[in-house]
Design a protein around this ligand. Structure first.
Ligand SMILES: Nc1ncnc2c1ncn2[C@@H]1O[C@H](COP(=O)(O)OP(=O)(O)O)[C@@H](O)[C@H]1O
Ligand SMILES: Cc1ncc(C[n+]2csc(CCOP(=O)(O)OP(=O)(O)O)c2C)c(N)n1
Ligand SMILES: [Mg+2]
Length: 318
C-alpha cells in the first residue's frame, strides 16, 4: 500500500461540515467564512516518548492528539471547524492506523470537525495537528487582559492527568481508571470556553501545569497572582493520594490536564459561577489577580508550606 491508498483508506472521511469549498485531496483545502467570523488557528506536535509512551493504544493516541490541539481553540473560546494532520510513521501498520483513525474521528465527530488535509511521511512516530476554528466579531479569550482583583478560576479538576501518567510509568496493575483516562483521553473544554465569553476575556489552557500556564497569563497581562493551594479543584481519585506534597505537585506543576484557567472580574463571578452550575460544569475560584511587583514572585502560593512547589514550574522541553 502506498501513502495515497493509506490516506484514502484511513483519513478521507465524509463529513457534514458547512463552508468547505475545496475538500481534502487537492493541493490545498479552501473554506468559506461568514463576514462576522474570524479564523482562529493553532498547531501542536506529539512525539513518542515525550508526549506519550510507546505502548499507548492507537485509539487513545488518535483521540488525545486531537484533544490536546483542540484545547487551544477551547482556550480562545472559539468554535472548532476543521483540522489538518501531519503524520510521520515508522511503517505501515494497518491495525495501528485503523485504531488511530478511529480514536481521531471519534472526537472529530463529537465536535463536527472535518479533516481537510495533511501530510504523511516515514520516520519516528510524530503526530502534528493544526486546528481551525472561528470566533464571531471580537469575542475571544486571550492570555492578556487580566485585571487586578479578577478572580482566577479553573474548570474541571487538576492534577489527575499527571497522576495518571505516573501510574502508567510505574506500570501499576490496579491503577485507577479515572486517573488513567484523564491522561489518555483528556477533554478539551470547548463548550466551557465559549460559555465563558460573556464573563471573561482572559484565559489559557493548562497543558504544562497551572503554575507555568498561569505564569504565561500573568506575564501577558502584566499582573501577578495569588493562588490558594487548598482551593484547587481535586477529584475524588486524586484525593486518595495521601502524600499532600505529591498531590500538590501534580496539581501545580503536572500538566496534561487541558482544563481552562480564566480571569473573571469580581462583579461577573457570581453570574459565571451560576451559569456553570446550571450546566453541571465545575468552575472553581483558586486565587486572585494582584498588581505586578518587581520584588515579588509573579505567582505566590497560599496555604502551602512546601517551598519546593513555589520554585517548580511546569513541563519544559528545553
Ligand atoms: N516554532 C514556532 N514558530 C513560531 N511560533 C511558535 C513556534 N513554537 C511556538 N510558537 C508560538 O509560541 C507561543 C507559545 O507556544 P506553546 O507554548 O506551544 O503554546 P500552547 O501551549 O498554546 O500550545 C504560541 O503562540 C505559539 O504559536
Ligand atoms: C511520556 C510522557 N512524559 C512526560 C509527559 C509530560 N508532558 C510532556 S509534554 C507536556 C506539556 C504539553 O506539551 P507541549 O508540547 O508543551 O504542549 P503545548 O504547551 O504546546 O500545548 C507534558 C506535561 C507526557 N505527557 N508523556
Ligand atoms: Mg503548542
Amino acid at each position: 500500500m502506498d501513502e495515497f491508498d493509506l490516506i484514502k483508506q484511513y483519513f478521507r472521511r465524509q463529513h457534514s461540515c458547512d463552508g468547505v469549498v475545496v475538500d481534502n485531496g487537492d493541493d490545498c483545502a479552501i473554506v468559506e467564512l461568514a463576514a462576522s467570523e474570524r479564523l482562529v488557528f493553532s498547531i501542536d506536535t506529539m512525539v513518542e516518548g515525550r508526549h506519550f509512551l510507546a505502548d499507548m493504544a492507537p485509539q487513545d493516541l488518535g483521540y488525545r492528539a486531537l484533544a490536546t490541539a483542540l484545547s487551544d481553540l477551547a482556550a480562545m473560546g472559539a468554535e472548532p471547524r476543521y483540522f489538518t494532520l501531519a503524520l510521520t510513521l515508522p511503517a505501515v501498520d494497518h491495525q495501528w492506523l485503523a485504531g488511530f483513525s478511529q480514536g481521531l474521528f471519534e472526537l472529530a465527530e463529537q465536535h463536527d470537525m472535518a479533516l481537510l488535509g495533511g501530510d504523511t511521511t516515514r520516520g519516528p512516530l510524530t503526530i502534528t495537528i493544526q486546528v481551525h476554528g472561528v470566533i464571531t466579531d471580537d469575542a475571544y479569550l486571550s492570555r492578556a487582559g487580566a485585571k487586578v482583583d479578577d478572580i482566577i478560576a479553573v474548570t474541571g479538576s487538576i492534577g489527575d492527568a499527571a497522576a495518571g501518567l505516573q501510574l502508567l510509568l510505574r506500570e501499576q496493575e490496579a491503577a485507577d481508571a479515572f486517573l488513567l483516562s484523564r491522561f489518555l483521553r483528556p477533554t478539551a473544554r470547548v463548550a466551557e470556553g465559549q460559555a465563558l465569553l460573556p464573563y471573561s476575556c482572559c484565559g489559557i489552557d493548562i497543558s504544562d501545569g497551572l503554575l507555568a500556564d498561569l505564569g504565561h497569563l500573568v506575564a501577558a497581562s502584566e499582573v501577578a497572582a495569588i493562588v490558594d493551594v487548598n482551593a484547587l479543584p481535586t477529584s475524588k481519585a486524586l484525593g486518595f493520594i495521601d502524600d499532600v506534597d505529591e498531590r500538590q505537585r501534580y496539581q501545580l506543576t503536572g500538566g496534561d490536564d487541558y482544563e481552562l484557567c480564566v480571569a473573571i472580574a469580581p462583579d461577573r463571578w457570581s453570574q459565571a459561577k451560576a451559569y456553570f452550575a446550571a450546566q453541571g460544569w465545575p468552575l472553581t475560584a483558586v486565587g486572585r489577580i494582584v498588581a505586578a511587583n518587581s520584588q515579588a514572585d509573579a505567582i505566590s502560593l497560599r496555604g502551602s508550606d512546601s517551598e519546593i512547589l513555589a520554585q517548580q514550574t511546569g513541563f519544559k522541553h528545553f
